[in-house]
Write a new protein. Structure first.
Length: 397
């Protein structure tokens, strides 16, 4: 079968022309928007500087007016925040209006300008004395910002003082500074699911002890799920696998001498915390004080090791009250599709852990109460963004 070749050069030329027109359109839209915003909307030039219309000065002193006008243009430009735009006398004549001094200029004389300067040169009260008066206007509302004058009898001295007068007038402009705080943090979704992992220092207090008799550093990790109640509160449940390592050191009589011996117990358990979280947003960071209760369940038997040997390698163990209290502080920040979070918590058992059959210590069992401070990092994903619990329940039922 023969392939139909078609007119490839013609199609290529058509596509090039089409993309050229589209490119010209895409480029012209921002240019038009920038021109409209700079010239008409905000009174800014292409560098973001405010445009100042400098109108002709009133008065009969032609040479003085010319020098003051040029000096005013230079003084405005020297402020580096404004772009002076000269309004010629011909524009005033064509507009058929008088040169304004103590009144705001008509908008047709200051098209696209954010501010305007008017004024005049007048004779003073003494022979040879003159004064220059300038008015600064806000063209957004045709309101006066400030006015002041410069009294002189020497034009050279007046020219030296002119930049100070212009700077003094413009110092009365009150600018609203908009601080960019970055994108607002997304509110919590209705449901979140996360994983966490971290070290947990524990210390163990035997009933009757004033301070802990043993301590250890363990690891724990698990999963968590939370439901947003409202913009401030959420409820969270967790499943955490953790462990204990209890080591007692002491002297043991072997024959006729005492030898330092170690007695080590280790176990693994599950914790089921149920927490209430208060979610406070500070910019993009969510801070969450939290508190609640947890339940514990033993996993298997406790492993037992005695440095001098003897006895079985495992013991049975249990909780007298498998419940405790926990509280802490958690922080989270948006990262990728979810949030990375970290926190610190305290946890303390209500009851005691009892390990039975401790024959080496000549005790029927070993009892201690657990306390812990956990440090952790994790990551959570959100589901059903923007929904409320009432809406979700209504859809469900």
């Amino acid at each position: 079968m023969k392939k139909k070749r078609g007119s490839f050069p013609l199609r290529a030329a058509f596509l090039c022309a089409l993309f050229g027109v589209l490119g010209l359109f895409v480029c012209s839209v921002p240019l038009y928007a920038q021109t409209a915003a700079a010239e008409e909307g905000w009174g800014l030039d292409y560098e973001g500087k405010a445009i100042v219309a400098v109108l002709p000065l009133a008065g009969d002193e032609t040479e003085m007016i010319r020098r003051f006008r040029n000096g005013t243009m230079e003084a405005v430009a020297a402020l580096q925040k404004y772009t002076p735009r000269e309004v010629g006398l011909s524009a005033v004549v064509m507009a058929e209006v008088e040169i304004p001094t103590d009144m705001p200029p008509v908008r047709s004389l200051a098209i696209g300008a954010r501010y305007a300067l008017t004024g005049g040169v007048y004779a003073g009260n003494r022979p040879g004395e003159h004064y220059l008066q300038l008015w600064l206007w806000d063209m957004a509302g045709s309101t006066m910002i400030y006015t002041d004058d410069l009294v002189y009898d020497d034009i050279e001295g007046a020219m030296e003082s002119l930049p100070g007068l212009v700077e003094w007038l413009f110092s009365h402009i009150r600018e609203v500074v908009i601080t960019e705080t970055g994108p607002a943090a997304k509110p919590d979704p209705l449901f979140t699911l996360g994983v966490r992992f971290g070290p947990v220092p524990r210390w163990y207090i035997v009933p009757g002890e004033v301070s802990s008799g043993a301590s250890a550093l363990n690891l724990e990790g698990g999963i968590s799920g939370a439901v947003r109640i409202n913009s401030l509160f959420s409820a969270q449940a967790e499943i955490i696998m953790t462990g204990d390592t209890v080591v007692y050191r002491g002297a043991a009589l072997v024959g006729k001498q005492y030898i330092l011996a170690n007695e080590r117990f280790s176990n693994v358990s599950l914790m089921f915390p149920f927490l209430c979280k208060v979610n406070v947003w500070t910019g993009p960071v969510r801070l969450s004080p939290l508190a609640g209760f947890y339940f514990t369940a033993p996993l298997g038997r406790a492993r037992y090791n005695y440095s001098l040997g003897g006895g079985n390698n495992s013991r049975s163990w249990s909780f007298s009250v498998p419940m405790g209290f926990t509280a802490g502080l958690e922080g989270a920040v948006q990262y990728g599709p979810g949030r990375i979070f970290g926190g610190i918590r305290y946890a303390g058992d209500f009851g005691i852990v009892r390990i039975t059959g401790v024959n080496v210590r000549s005790l029927p069992d070993l009892s201690f109460r657990r306390h812990a401070v956990s440090l952790y990092l994790g990551y959570e994903f959100g589901f059903l963004d923007g929904k409320k619990i009432e809406t979700f329940l209504g859809e469900l039922f």
